[in-house]
Design a protein around this ligand. Structure first.
Ligand code: CDP
Ligand code: CDP
Length: 231
């Protein structure tokens, strides 16, 4: 219907973007798209095919193979959100490892990768009624989004959140390695040439270092209500 809006949520790693995006999508009956999952899935492909490793990145080969890389989503009723698939295989869990996090910012800096994924993201969002989170949603993917949020929190808070998540999954990681990855991705994502992570001029910044998930939901729900009535 005509009242459906587009909500773009950008920000640094582990600022609670996907948490709020899922809550809003469920509340509004909108589609939630985790754009980071798409970059992570392409990264997993590159790792599985020995195109990226600690000392190498076969960027040209990855670019050649891009047309054969199919990323898709399928809603999982039990989980309440869409899981990501790489060439038909559910990779929702495999893409969240610290190892994938260690390579993803290099893969996401490749313009050809970005173009393929941004085209797909725009198609998914063409009829509005979408909540998308990432790094360039309000600046590049949907510059005309009805509501743009830019989430921040201190690096230590974010690393602690991510560390707890990885430990809960059963991954053996140490806090310092998680903190280092968060800081490295902040830097690489903010300083790449193509679609760097920056706050859109018309985005509302929310620092949730000291907000619980419920508190951030209340604040943002009010912004959404306003945006819908203005649309
Ligand atoms: O969940 P987390 O904040 O750790 O990251 P993510 O949203 O899963 O994104 C993983 C990586 O994908 C980021 O560090 C970026 O390098 C890249 N990304 C991007 O370049 N553009 C987006 N719209 C989303 C993610
Ligand atoms: O999507 P993004 O990487 O920005 O973050 P997320 O996956 O939504 O949140 C990362 C972790 O921080 C999750 O375990 C959330 O439950 C937690 N979180 C929190 O403790 N307090 C907040 N205000 C927001 C998120």
């Amino acid at each position: 219907d005509n009242n459906k809006i587009t909500i773009a949520i950008d920000g640094f790693s582990s600022t609670g973007k996907s948490t709020i995006a899922k809550q809003l999508a469920n509340q509004l009956g909108y589609v939630y798209v985790d754009s980071g999952a798409m970059y992570r899935a392409v990264t997993l492909y590159a790792m599985q095919n020995n195109l990226i490793g600690d000392a190498y990145f076969k960027e040209e080969t990855l670019i050649e193979q891009l047309p054969t890389i199919d990323i898709s989503f399928a809603f999982n009723k039990t989980l309440g959100f869409a899981e990501v698939f790489l060439n038909g295989v559910n990779v929702e869990k495999d893409i969240r490892t610290l190892e994938v996090s260690g390579f993803v910012s290099q893969v996401a800096a490749v313009p050809e990768v970005r173009k393929q994924l941004v085209d797909q993201q725009r198609k998914i969002g063409e009829n509005k009624g979408v909540v998308m989170d990432g790094r360039d949603i309000g600046t590049v993917v949907f510059p005309n989004a009805d509501l743009k949020l830019f989430m921040t929190a201190s690096a230590e808070t974010r690393a602690e959140r991510r560390y707890n998540e990885l430990i809960e999954r059963g991954d053996e990681v140490d806090y310092q390695a998680v903190l280092k990855n968060v800081q490295e991705r902040d830097y690489m994502d903010s300083n790449r040439k193509d679609s760097p992570l920056i706050k859109a001029k018309d985005a509302i910044e929310i620092d949730n270092s000291n907000m619980t998930i419920d508190e951030q939901f209340k604040v943002i729900s009010n912004l959404v209500t306003k945006a819908i009535s203005n649309a």
